[in-house]
Design a protein around this ligand. Structure first.
Ligand SMILES: Nc1nc2c(ncn2[C@@H]2O[C@H](COP(=O)(O)OP(=O)(O)O)[C@@H](O)[C@H]2O)c(=O)[nH]1
Ligand SMILES: [Mg+2]
Length: 204
């Protein structure tokens, strides 16, 4: 069984949990527990091969000095970097994340190549409140040699699936011949379901 690990990163409120839940369940719920960090697991079939996918959706409360990202950088095979197109600050944060990841890849980590990062401009449905242009996102992605898309976790189910699928395919093609890394613990779908239907749910 192929193991794949994807970390979904970005500032608070950009829709990391919404995108993750959308991909895993095809649903958009609206409000997501933000005080827990989760690793979701999903068994899926990619190009006829069984894979065991783990998705890391961090706690929304940014911890002090969290941008060190050391654990994530060693853990993940692929990164989804999310910003909110209606929030310039989240775009600046995404840029800082890209810088940090690339810096690490040029240094000791070295394990990832260009295509394992996708920059996602989320909340495209809020384009009437847009603060970050499509071309700004595209340019940032070019600068950091990663992929780019704008979408809406709220409104686009297929695009979200396509975005995750694309990064998984890139991870697969990059990982050929790569050494196996230490396994990590993970929580199950139960956690996800608890988040979705637990007490914290505010609206449907
Ligand atoms: N309009 C709109 N709202 C979204 C979208 N994705 C997420 N949200 C909302 O943005 C807020 C933060 O989302 P959440 O997934 O908790 O962000 P996280 O902190 O990055 O995990 C929630 O109120 C979501 O309902 C989207 O595509 N469009
Ligand atoms: Mg969240």
């Amino acid at each position: 069984m192929n193991e794949m690990k994807v970390a979904v990163l970005g500032s608070e409120g950009t829709g990391k949990s919404a995108l993750t839940v959308r991909f895993l369940t095809k649903r958009f719920i609206g409000e997501y527990a933000s005080d827990t960090e989760c690793i979701y697991t999903k068994h899926m079939c990619l190009d006829g091969k069984q894979i065991n996918l783990e998705i890391y959706d961090p706690c929304s409360q940014p911890r002090q000095g969290k941008l060190s990202l050391t654990d994530e950088l060693h853990w993940a095979d692929g990164f989804v970097i999310v910003y909110d197109i209606s929030d310039q600050t989240s775009f600046a944060f995404a840029k800082a994340l890209l810088y940090r990841i690339r810096e690490c890849h040029m240094g000791v980590c070295k394990k990832a190549s260009e295509s394992t990062i996708v920059l996602v401009g989320n909340k495209q449905d809020l384009c009437h409140m847009r603060e970050v242009g499509w071309d700004e996102g595209q340019k940032l992605a070019l600068d950091y040699k990663c992929q780019f898309c704008e979408l809406s976790a709220a409104e686009h189910c297929q695009e979200v699936t396509a975005m995750f699928t694309r990064i998984l395919k890139n991870v697969t093609s990059n990982s050929k011949g790569k050494e196996k890394r230490r396994p990590s613990g993970s929580k199950s779908m139960v956690k996800l379901i608890n988040n979705m239907f637990g007490k914290r749910r505010k609206s449907v």
